[in-house]
Design a protein around this ligand. Sequence first.
Ligand code: AHM
Ligand code: MG
Length: 340
Amino acid sequence: MAQNKLITMDEFTIQETRKFPQATGELSSLLRDIGLAGKIVNKQVLKAGLVDILGKHGATNIQGEEQMKLDVYANETLINILKNSSDCAGIASEENDDHVCYEDTFSANSKYVVLFDPLDGSSNIDVNAPIGTIFSIYRRVSELGKTCTKEDFLQPGNRLMAAGYIIYGSSTMMVYATKISVNGFTLEPSIGEFCLSHPNIRIPENGKIYSINQGNTVKYTEGMKSYLNYCMESNKEEGRPYSHRYIGSMVADMHRTLIKGGIFMYPADKSSARGKLRLQYECNPMAFIVEAAGGKATYGNGNILDIVPTELHQRTPIFIGSKNMVNKALEFVAEKEMVG
Ligand code: AHM
Ligand code: MG
C-alpha cells in the first residue's frame, strides 16, 4: 500500500460518518457540495487580478461582457449549488435580505438548512489579502415534507450541526467543525480535491497575539481600553506585550487565531452597541469551530452560541480565541458596558 496517501475530504467525512451507525450521510454530502462551491469561487478569486471582477456589479469589461462582482458571484454560486443539492431545504445569506426556501419536493424533504457569508472580508479583494466563505448547517425545526420556514434560520448556535470556512489565501483551505472535532483540508490543485492537512485542530489555551481594529479605540468602553493597555504592557513572566495582528478579514484573522492561539475581538462601541459582525453568518460559525477546538467565544455577558437570534442579520460583539486569553479579557470588560 502506498505510504503518505492523501486523504480527501470526502473520504475523511465518509469515514467519520461510518462511526455513527444512525448517520445517513446527508451531512457529508452537504459538506461536499459546499466544498464544490468553494472550489468554483476559488477559481474566480485566483483570476481576480487578471479579469475585471473587482469593479461594481454591472460594470462591463473590455470585451463588452457584463462582469459580476466577486461577492455576488460567490453568493450566486452557493445558492445554485445548494439548490441542486439533495440535502438542503433552504439558505440564508449575508448578501440577501431574507432567507430562500427551495420550493421543489426534493428540497422540501431535505432536513438541513445552510447559512453563509459568501465572501467575507471582500474589501480585501483588491489588495490580494486572504478572504473567505463562512458557513453554518442547522437541522431544520419545521415539518419535513413542507418548505422550510424562517424559524429554521433563527436557531441559536448551540444547535449547529456543523460549521466551517473556506479561506482563499496563500493556499486554499476548508476547515469544518462538527461537535466532535475540527479538521482542516488544503486544496491540492493538481487533483482539485481538498485533502486532510490539519487533523483534529486544537486551539492553544494561551496565545501571544491580540487582534482588533485598534483604530476604533477612542470609541471603546473604559474596560475595553484598559484591556488593550494590558495587552500592550510589558510583563516578562506572562510573555507580554502581546503582538498585534489585524488583517481586517475575519476568516484570515480567525484562521491564524485557531492555529496559533490568540484572541480576536470586535467589541461594541459608542457608535454601535452591538459591534459590527453578524451573529448568524460570522460569529456563530466561528464560535462553534473555536469551541469544538477547545477555545471560547463570548459577547461579554455570555456565550455567543447561547444567543437566541430574533432577526437574520443581527449583530453581536465578540471576544473569541484561546480560552485563557478570552477569560482574561472578560476580567476587564465590565459586564454592564457590553450590550449583547
Ligand atoms: P464584510 O462582511 O462586509 O466583509 O465585513 C466583515 C469584515 C470582517 O471580515 C472583518 O473582521 C471586519 O469586517 C473588519 O471590520 P473593520 O474594517 O471595521 O475593522
Ligand atoms: Mg462578512
